[in-house]
Design a protein around this ligand. Structure first.
Ligand SMILES: [Zn+2]
Length: 304
């Protein structure tokens, strides 16, 4: 190999790296004093690969609702006298980790009777088939996400679908009812789940928000979906706001505040509004940028 040829390969590799790092990361928005870009939101949500697969200490959030996910991928367990509901199996490689976290809380994995999901992306629902295999849980999915879920087939396994749900459907087990609210945009069937939690003789509204992260290229149907979803989530009563990634509700900070006798840090009505507000600001900024781009392209067209 000549030295000039070697240099060509080397500079090509370096060029590729520099290009990846310089890939467009805009727009940038400031929301409640914090600056966000599409890349910074993704980094906050996903963390490093080991954050996605390392268990976060399992803990009680409120009443019969527990966290059993990893550092950056949420998985929630709802415990009832008639068995348990799990929301989000996450990646298939995390299912055994979730099983261990459920055990650490003193519950049995085989008591998971119903498996629900946040939205049809691998980091939230890839493990559904394995989780069903291990627990026998019924997998309930929202109609609009069925095609995307069917395409998630780890190791060629068919994605299980035992029951199809629609916007507004209740899912009840052992005295707890979750309501499915279709909040599309991030995926066609992205679902926000709500439930009531009783603690200290009071009832609290829990909202398990779906991802409201906007794609970087917006099509008219997605624009319509997100407009609906942002408007809708603002109408939900909320005392405890959770999300498909713990970074969306500041889990680590809240977890650090858990003290016996102190107020429950997860009860945070003001915090319920942050994520949707920030994601909507990003969505509007992407829309402005996109329409400016389209205008520029239209003006550059020859003729007329
Ligand atoms: Zn997603």
């Amino acid at each position: 190999m000549t030295s000039s040829f070697r240099w060509k390969i080397f500079s090509c590799l370096i060029g590729g790296l520099v290009q990846a790092q310089n890939a467009p990361d805009h727009p940038s928005i400031t929301f409640e004093g914090q600056t966000f870009t599409p890349r910074s939101i993704l980094a906050r949500n996903m963390g490093a690969p080991e954050d996605q697969t390392t268990a976060f200490p399992p803990h009680k959030i409120i009443a019969n609702l527990y966290y059993v996910g990893t550092r950056t991928l949420s998985s929630f367990l709802i415990v009832t006298p008639q068995g348990n509901i799990l929301i989000d199996s996450t990646y298939e490689r995390n299912v055994r980790t979730i099983e261990k976290s459920v055990g650490q809380l003193g519950f049995k994995f085989s008591d998971v009777k119903i498996l629900l999901g946040n939205h049809a992306h691998g980091d939230h629902q890839e493990g559904d088939a394995l989780l069903k295999e291990l627990t026998g849980a019924q997998v309930m999915v929202v109609a609009e996400d069925v095609p995307a879920l069917k395409a998630i087939k780890p190791g060629g396994k068919e994605h299980p679908v035992d029951k199809i749900l629609h916007d507004g459907d209740p899912v009840s087990l052992g005295g707890t009812t979750l309501i499915a609210h279709l909040t599309p945009g991030h995926t066609r069937g992205a679902t926000t789940w709500t439930m009531k939690a009783m603690e200290g003789g009071k009832s609290f509204d829990v909202v398990l928000f779906s991802s409201l992260r906007s794609p970087t290229t917006l099509t008219p149907p997605v624009i319509e979906e997100l407009n609906h979803s942002f408007q809708f989530v603002r109408t939900l009563p909320c005392d405890v706001g959770l999300g498909d990634h713990p970074g969306e509700y500041d889990m680590q900070k809240k977890y650090a505040k858990i003290r016996t006798g102190a107020p429950n840090p997860f009860i945070d009505p003001a915090g319920c509004k942050f994520e949707a507000g920030m994601e909507e600001a990003m969505f509007r900024a992407i829309l402005v940028e996109q329409s400016k781009d389209e205008q520029r392209k239209a003006e550059q067209k020859p003729g007329k």
